[in-house]
Ligand binder design. Structure first.
Ligand code: FES
Length: 314
């Protein structure tokens, strides 16, 4: 005979409460404990081992071996350490149990007890997902992170002879090609350009304020110095707003010419200073040297577009 839920629980010296749940042993498929809810004391549930049940008088009443004072020594039921038989599928578990209606509990494995059940399964799902995704994500992560750790390319490029620049304070464009390799693709040759101005003393002063311009590599070592008295000033061919190519053009209000970017109409004067439009900073000055024969070489430094400060990318 098995007790019904809500059957009266009686100690050796008096009634104590009622059966509120039954705990099954998932291995033996037998009832291992009855859970007795005290009538007094905030209706606390205590799990009583089945060996402490002296007699199942009827489906309506059980008698415990202990006294009332001994009963309260049994541990309180920690509900988080159990699941109901609705939550787990254990074959034939309910063949030996006739408790109806109600909640039949089975204990959780010890490892799962400190983790809320839903969290445990969520964490497992995420962990398995991460393990599956890692080999797939690795090449993508490597590709995305590579530019962060790649040393700057400080190669010098010959762009042409300074004799081509015949007028002062006028932008002159030089084109050059450089190799560019992206991730696993073969290296490509891309065409780039630089605008160079033969600057008057006033423009040099505007650009350099009498101080040499220093360039550094990504270890912080000095790479090159543009002398403040050098007449040639080279500007990166990319607009600092969003990276478009710009041109030197005469306009009505600037008959001698200005640098004008067709994308969002930023205007820059011959010193590279922004005179109109959305550009957040002036044109980017590049390291530039001229040899005795007048051949110009530059380092094709690239800075991040769209921000006020110069942040070197390449
Ligand atoms: S990209 Fe040149 S103004 Fe926007």
């Amino acid at each position: 005979m098995q007790p019904k839920l809500a059957a009266k629980a009686v100690c050796s010296n008096g009634e104590i409460g009622k059966v509120s749940k039954v705990i099954m042993d998932p291995i033996s498929h037998e009832v291992s404990h009855v859970v007795v809810q005290e009538n007094a004391r905030q209706k606390l549930d205590r799990a009583i081992p089945i060996g402490e049940v002296q007699e199942i008088v009827s489906e309506e009443e059980i008698v415990l071996k202990c006294s009332v004072s001994e009963f309260v020594q049994f541990p309180l039921l920690n509900r988080d350490h159990y699941v109901t038989t609705h939550e787990v599928e254990i074959a034939h578990l309910e063949d030996n149990i006739h408790v109806t209606p109600g909640e039949v509990l089975v204990p959780l494995p010890c490892l799962e007890r400190d983790v809320p059940r839903r969290t445990f399964f969520n964490n497992m799902t995420h962990a398995i997902g991460a393990l599956i995704a890692l080999p797939l994500a690795f090449p993508v992560l490597k590709y995305l992170m590579k530019p962060m750790y790649k040393p700057f390319d400080n190669a010098w490029f010959s762009v042409g002879n300074e004799k081509k620049i015949t007028k002062e304070n006028i932008g002159f464009q030089f084109k050059f090609t450089r190799g560019f390799k992206e991730a696993f693709m073969p290296e490509q040759q891309i065409e780039k350009n630089i605008w160079i101005v033969r600057a008057t003393p006033e423009v040099k002063k505007e650009v350099y304020s009498g101080k040499d311009r220093k360039f550094y590599d990504n270890k912080g070592d000095l790479l090159w110095v543009n002398k403040a008295n050098s007449p040639l000033i080279g500007f990166s061919g990319k607009c600092p707003h969003l990276g478009c190519g710009y041109k030197w053009r005469r306009t009505k209000s600037n008959p001698d010419g200005v640098f004008i970017c067709p994308c969002h109409l930023s205007l820059y004067d011959e010193s590279g200073k922004v005179i109109d439009g959305p550009a957040p900073r002036g044109l980017d000055i590049l390291p530039l040297e001229v040899n005795a024969a007048g051949e110009i070489r530059i380092i094709d430094v690239e800075y991040k577009a769209g921000v006020k400060d110069q942040i070197r990318l390449l």
